[in-house]
Write a protein that binds this ligand. Structure first.
Ligand code: CTP
Length: 404
């Protein structure tokens, strides 16, 4: 870890004393460590302990009474957010996790977590009941979705006497986690421009009704998260979804296939990689009503006249930059591989991800997915069921190999 700049955030809790060992071991491993503490943490461990171990003053307060210039007000220590290679919050209390998940920034530690664009690692540490509470789990889910790395807590006896998860893992486990992130954070897409589409499109029938589909957007968001972590400059064009924007990703919200078409084509030419995971509606009502449509009579049937939407992927295939990689998705309920292969050829893709929607692989809304990759040379790679974020990384591995 020689030369790695680590910003260690310490929050209040009995485990704060273990962070002193953590700081010492990080320094021994060659890292340059700065510590930021919350007020509560400083109740458990003297800041002096950390400054002695890291040989840097501990960042504690946002405001200083002895401000010499006005420009220093509020910007004190904020440079630590851009200085660091990694920010590690260990122990991370339930309170700090909740604040970071919701963008609250009422102390220096949470300000830095909010401002930091580098990888953020969080080690949740709290009583087992607090850890298992739905609210805490939801907050951790929000962080995970945004690409924050969570070190799973250890299970054991707590200071309160409770047994269960929520203990700070051994210092060696945390260091190993950080080391893997530093080594394994092969930023193999560093500065590469990656465009991802996600979610469904909504095609209006009238001002209150639309034709849509069950896509949750999770697969596209997982790809955007993974690509951003691997150093890419990611643009995410998404239809209507209920998902958090992954950290450092530029998000463009659209509703209809036409809007998605416009946004994607405006950005397509400058991309190194384009991954079209959106479930774009193939049809739209030809003349959406300006007013809410009234029910006619109880017996009368309603005919909707539909026209096709632009095939965005096929068009991108024609205008994309030479040397760029174009990936499409195929959702199939029958003859998945055969249909996938046909789409790959027809839309001039480098790779297609085939989803076979079955009872065992619901695809839409699930956090897991079972897919196969088919490349332009006809090579088929069938993956077992796995988390969508893992599918995303496997896909990016294939893309990096194709680029090479
Ligand atoms: N796609 C697109 N624009 C559309 C329809 C689909 O860009 N109007 C993209 C999707 O994002 C996906 C791929 O095309 O990457 C395949 O989508 P899919 O609906 O499975 O294929 P279609 O070509 O529409 O064929 P079909 O619906 O007949 O299976």
């Amino acid at each position: 870890m020689r030369g790695t700049k680590i910003l260690l955030g310490v929050t209040g809790g009995i485990a704060a004393y273990k962070s002193a060992y953590l700081a010492r071991e990080l320094v021994r491993a060659g890292a340059d460590v700065h510590v930021v503490m919350t007020e509560a943490a400083a109740e458990f461990v003297q800041p002096l302990t950390f400054s002695a171990l890291t040989r840097h003053p501990v960042a504690l307060e946002m405001w200083h009474r002895d401000q010499s210039t006005e420009s220093e007000i509020g910007t004190r220590h904020i440079h630590l957010a851009t200085w660091c290679d990694i920010m590690l919050i260990a122990p991370a209390s339930a309170n700090t996790i909740a604040k970071v998940a919701h963008g609250l920034s009422d102390n220096l530690l949470t300000v830095l977590a909010l401002a930091c664009r580098r990888p953020l690692v969080v080690a949740p540490t709290m009583d087992a009941d607090m850890y298992l509470n739905d609210v805490t789990q939801q907050n951790l889910g929000v962080l995970r979705q945004r690409g924050v790395d969570i070190i799973p807590p250890a299970i054991g006896e707590h200071a309160s006497g409770l047994m269960g998860p929520g203990r700070l893992p051994d210092v060696e486990v945390i260091i190993e986690f950080v080391r893997k992130l530093v080594d394994g954070r092969h930023e193999d897409l560093r500065k590469k421009r990656v465009l991802v589409t996600a979610g469904p499109t909504y095609e209006p029938i009238d001002p209150v009704r639309f034709i849509g589909n069950r896509s949750s957007g999770k697969m596209g968001f997982a790809i955007a998260t993974a690509a951003a972590k691997r150093g890419a400059d990611v643009t995410l064009v998404t239809g209507p979804v209920h998902l958090e924007t992954p950290r450092t990703v530029d998000r463009i919200d659209v509703e209809t296939a036409h809007e998605m078409h416009r946004a994607v084509l405006a950005a397509a030419k400058k991309q190194d990689v384009i991954i079209m995971a959106a479930a774009v509606s193939d049809y739209r009502p030809s003349k959406p009503s300006g007013q809410k449509m009234k029910k006619m009579s109880a017996e009368a049937a309603l005919d909707l006249h539909l026209v096709t939407t632009p095939d965005i992927l096929a068009e991108v295939g024609r205008v994309r930059r030479r040397g760029s990689v174009l990936v499409g998705f195929a959702l199939e309920t029958e003859n998945a591989l055969e249909n996938g292969r046909a789409k790959l050829t027809k839309k001039q893709l480098d790779l297609i991800v085939v989803n076979a929607a079955t009872k065992d692989n619901p695809v839409f809304g699930s956090d897991r997915n079972t897919v196969a990759f088919i490349d332009h040379a006809g090579h088929v790679d069938e993956l077992p069921a796995m988390e969508k974020i893992e599918v995303a990384h496997r896909l990016l591995d294939r893309i990096v190999a194709l680029r090479a």
